[in-house]
Structures are given as C-alpha cells and as structure tokens.
Design a protein around this ligand. Structure first.
Ligand SMILES: Cc1ncc(COP(=O)(O)O)c(C=O)c1O
Length: 423
C-alpha cells in the first residue's frame, strides 16, 4: 500500500475525512524532508537552495522547508511576508518580481534582502535608491533572458524571444551593453536566469545557465576582478505527473549541469537555485468526495468538489497539465474494477471544470473518494484560493513510530462563518 493510501486510511480513522468532506489538501511532510535531503545531496556545498514560495505558500510548509535546509525565493510582497513569518533568515531570501515598486526596492536594500533586477527602468531606479543605502548587504543581480527558446508549455517558458521576464540578452547590442552596465556598478554582484518551468527540457535549462555563466566570466574579466560572485540559476526542474516515479531527479539534473557547466561545480561561485514544483508537487495530494454521478451520452461523469478553484491550471489548460486520479471507496479501499470512460468534474459552474476527461477509470460511485496526485505545488496552495475564501482544509501527514500523525495546517472557511461575521 502506498504511503499516500496509508495517509488516506488514517484520515478516515481520525474522522478528518467524513461523509461530509468536500475536498482537502494533504502535504506529506516526511516526503518533503526526503526530497530536500535528495536535493542537498545532489549538489555540492557551494550550491544554496531556495524554495519558490509561489509554488506553496502555506506557512507550515515553508517552516518545514526552512528546517530542512532551504532558503526562500519570493516574487511579491505577500510572499516576502510569508517567508519572514516562516522565519527564513534575511540572507537566505531572494526577491524576484518583474513589477517591484520603489517601496519594494527600498525595503530590500534597507533590510539587506537580495534581489534580481528585471529591466533597465528598474536599474535606473536602483541607481538612485542605492545612493541612500551604500552599505547594503543585498546581493543585487540582473535577471537575464538568454532568449534560447520555448519548452513544451508556452505559458511556463521564460527564455523565449519575447518573454516578459528579464533582460533580453540576444537583442541588438544588449550583450555588450550588459557588460558595460556591470562594469559601471560594482554593487552588481550576482547574475540570474530562470529558463522556464514545467515542460522545459533539462538541456534547454542547462544551455541558458551556460550562457549566463560565460557572461559572468566575461564581465569579471572585463572588470579585472571577480565582481560577480553569485550565479542564480532559477528553478524549473520538471515533474513527472504520469506516475509515482520521480523523473528527472535532482541528481540527474546535477550530472547534466556538471557536464555542461563544470565551472559551477568549483568553489568559484556561490550558486543559488529556486526550485518550486520539483520540491513540493509529489509531496501533496487532494482528496475529494464524489457528490453525484451521472451518465451523459456515452460518458460516466463523477462530480466532485475539486475543480478550477484548486486545480486551476488543469481546468484551463488540460493538454499542458494532465493530472492523475485514483478512486477509493467510502471506506478507503482502492477501486480496481469495472473500468468505464469517465470525466471527473469539479464544482464550478462552467463546462471545462474537469480534473480528467475521457479517462478509463474503475467506475466511481456516489460518496467514493478521488485522490488527485502530485498536487503539492501550484494547486490547493495557490493564491487564487487562499487569498479569497479558502474552502479546502490542508493537513500535514508525518509518521511517528508506526502511526501517521495528521495536523490541520489550514482551516477552511465556510459560508456559515462568513455570514456569522457579517451580522
Ligand atoms: C524566477 C523564478 N524562479 C523559480 C520559479 C520556480 O519554478 P518551478 O516551480 O518550476 O521550479 C519560478 C516559476 O515561475 C520563477 O519565475
């Protein structure tokens, strides 16, 4: 029996999952710990790993990741607030956002928070602001778009010709211009790229990282000393959503990088990473109850409570974000028999609100449960849900001796409590 199935059984025993359950998220904290251990072991000590908070901003998850040895990459003031609440050391936080305000920049410089500049207008702001903080310990870098092309999912490809992110390195005379920019600013001590996320082949990511490493060397040569001491290679390791297998692994990625950009594996540079999905996705799942089933045309339809509000990417871009589901009976037995062509639907009032479409699944019945796998990143923890009205409780699961201990790490709000608070 898989560990996540064991967690489901414990959820039933503890009566967290009851016949009234709509949907909950579960984060496997043992799994998170193991994943971070594998990450730390895959790379040498000059690599310092941050977690992309956008992937899962739940405070307990962030605290767990901090305890396990990660820093935090944040892309908005809200994410920065969460990282600070989770007690990340200021030195272990990187602020990346394409839309930093003057105030955001001032806070970073005054609090010694590292940041990556996105564009020339932001650089002009920093030129002025930095005069007020000559002793800042912030590592300031430039986010560079090596313009090496798209991966398999355009919406998560950030190194395209026309990407909204970073300084377009291959346009016109930009390469030379960036060298001059660094030469004139000794406070620019870092360089950053994030080639893309899910759908980007490892080779493409390595190619982008090679470009900025060579650029860092060119800049340092032309300055005449090692001005750039930090290279930030972003996140983006893809996740296998089609089975339980972890593929690619952190060590496969490390091996490829070592082959393509061996300089990163010497102590010359501190290397920062910003993994999100590869850390959290496979360590979380959603459990939802089948409220109703029906037959429509030749399709068996199971209506659940997990849809576009927490499985947003899949509902809107199903080809790019296919996701795996497993059916369980109401007493936690895995369903294996009577396969029928099924749509598993969510609760939202639009036709595309489907978790899976036209899948052969053991026939789901009313009050069965559906486990939606690999949803620990960018799904139930996403900002769309918890910035509005969180309806989905989230539990952490961790083994203590032989028993699985479940802890509520986010309570759902119900309309009852909202209405009660109004009166
Ligand atoms: C700058 C930056 N770093 C890291 C990440 C995390 O990417 P992933 O979750 O694919 O590892 C993102 C994702 O959008 C990003 O934009």
């Amino acid at each position: 029996m898989s560990f996540h199935h064991q967690i489901l059984n414990q959820l039933l025993v503890d009566e967290i999952v009851t016949p009234e359950l709509t949907a909950i998220g579960v984060m496997d904290f043992d799994g998170l710990e193991l994943t971070v251990k594998q990450l730390l072991e895959a790379f040498p000590d000059n690599f310092k790993h941050t977690f992309a908070v956008k992937a899962n901003g739940l405070l307990s998850v962030l605290k767990k990741l901090k305890e396990s040895g990660m820093g935090a990459e944040v892309a908005s003031p809200g994410e920065l607030t969460l990282a600070l609440k989770a007690d990340f050391d200021i030195n272990d936080i990187i602020f990346d956002s394409p839309a930093k305000t003057q105030a955001d920049l001032r806070v970073c410089l005054s609090q010694n928070i590292s940041l990556n500049i996105d564009n020339l207008q932001e650089l002009a702001r920093l030129d002025e602001l930095i005069k007020g903080f000559p002793d800042t310990k912030s590592f300031v870098g430039f986010r560079v778009n090596p313009q090496i092309g798209s991966g398999g999912i355009s919406s998560t490809s950030t190194a395209t010709q026309t990407s909204k992110f970073g300084y377009p390195l291959a346009d016109g005379n930009n390469y030379q211009q960036l060298i001059e920019i660094y030469k004139q600013r000794p406070w620019l001590r870092s360089i950053h790229t994030h080639t893309g996320s899910q759908g980007c082949p490892l080779e493409l990511m390595a190619k982008g990282i090679k470009v900025i490493t060579e650029l860092a060397e060119r800049i340092n040569d032309s300055v005449g000393q090692q001005q750039i001491t930090r290279i930030d290679i972003g996140g983006g390791l893809p996740v296998n959503f089609s089975s339980d297998e972890i593929k690619p692994t952190f060590s496969e990625y490390a091996d490829l990088l070592k082959q393509e950009v061996p300089l990163l594996f010497t102590d010359k540079y501190q290397v920062k990473t910003e993994f999100g999905r590869a850390v959290a996705a496979k360590n979380g799942f959603i459990l939802t109850r089948v409220e109703y089933t029906k037959q429509s045309g030749d399709r068996h339809i199971a209506i659940t409570h997990a849809g576009a509000q927490i499985i947003t990417r899949t509902a809107f871009l199903p080809q790019s974000w296919p996701i795996r589901v497993t059916g369980f009976t109401s007493d936690g037995e895995i369903k294996t028999e009577n396969p029928v062509t099924t749509d598993v639907a969510g609760p939202c009032c639009f036709a595309a609100d489907l978790i899976t479409k036209e899948k052969s699944l053991p026939k789901l019945e009313q009050n069965d449960y559906v486990m939606v796998h690999d949803t620990g990143a960018y799904y139930f923890s996403n900002h769309f849900d918890y910035n509005s009205l969180p309806r989905v409780a989230v539990y952490s699961a961790q083994k203590h001796d032989t028993k699985i201990k479940l802890n509520c790490i986010r309570k759902p709000e119900t309309l009852d409590t909202v209405v009660a608070n109004m009166s």
